[in-house]
Design a binder for this molecule. Sequence first.
Ligand SMILES: [Zn+2]
Length: 399
Amino acid sequence: MEGYRADVAFDGEAALPGGALVLVRDGVIVAVEPGSAPAPDGCPVTYLPGTTLLPGLIDAHSHLCGNSRLDALDRLPGLSADELDETVTESLAAQLAGGVTAVRDLGDQDWAVVDRHRGRPGGPVVVASGPPITSIGGHCASMGGEASGVDGLRRAVRERAERGADLVKIMASGGALSPGTDLRACQFTLDELRAVVDEAHRLGLPVTAHAHAVAAVRQCVAAGVDGIEHCSCVDEQGMRTPPELAARLAAAGIMVCPTLGHDLSRIPSPTPAVADGLRRHVEDRLIQAGELQRAGVTLISGLDSGIHPAKAHGVLPLAIVELTAVGASAGAALASATSLAARACGLAERTGRLRPGLAADLLLVDGDPTTDIAAIRNVRAVVSRGRAAVAGGQVPGSS
Ligand SMILES: [Zn+2]
């Protein structure tokens, strides 16, 4: 048995007054005691004064096959299985260094993550959707998930269940990084989306849908999806959330991952016009996510990691910080990347809180993120399933 002690602690849902002593055996949390409690005889304790102890973070929207370069998505179709595996391994190492101990992969290339990286014995826990279901020639079609028609879509869902995917991801609208697709347009009919949700739920799989277009968000609510990615509510006039739609998202309990977190400093030599455009885009995005937040929509943290230099694996803390910029309290922002993300990812019985019986996925940061959220970037130590994985380093970034 070993212990981890800190004077400040956040258990995934709330701050623990007086800190905590977390006792771990065989990779599992066996007790959560007050910070001043004595350790059992002979139990070594890691105590780092000035740190906060919290559950390891969960990146609810990752593309582990993406290498975070400008051509991260374009290069995918040409990669061999070995090259994909190498990228996934590097991505997971970078995630751990950023305090992330569980990842939900929502953009698999040719089943690499589902077939070879789910259920890895060490490192971040990985849950995965397989290639996102998309329309013929649609957003991210080259990942291998094209399907059409009610029967074809039901078949695609069954294929995911048979191959062991943890959930179904569907592209309900076009996307920014797929030329020729329209992020303001729906990719499927409502009947098709309903068939996907029906088939997935019959097989016990949740459905999360990529949706930028406001029309696609409306479809998703009507179809009864469990989660929505991005949810930027774009129409001809830009990003804005119709208040009645936000209210319906909140009432339906749909978990929204707004994929915040932008490190604009990593974009290689942008022209002033490009840099300006990106800054404005992020500002608009934060305003629109604030509309969701104020309406009471449950927001979870996920970065869309791996698709772009501004979205590198391991900078999830920036998404948590941005969530406070849209109006969430520090506690709500921390919960969005721990207990709430665990619920959205089907991991609530495995990780995301400091609770006996859950995996010993722990993060120690310098400072107190429950009062100063920027401290979540000060990664001091990461414990993944009981193993000390990473020590030290600030998560870089411009935000
Ligand atoms: Zn994505």
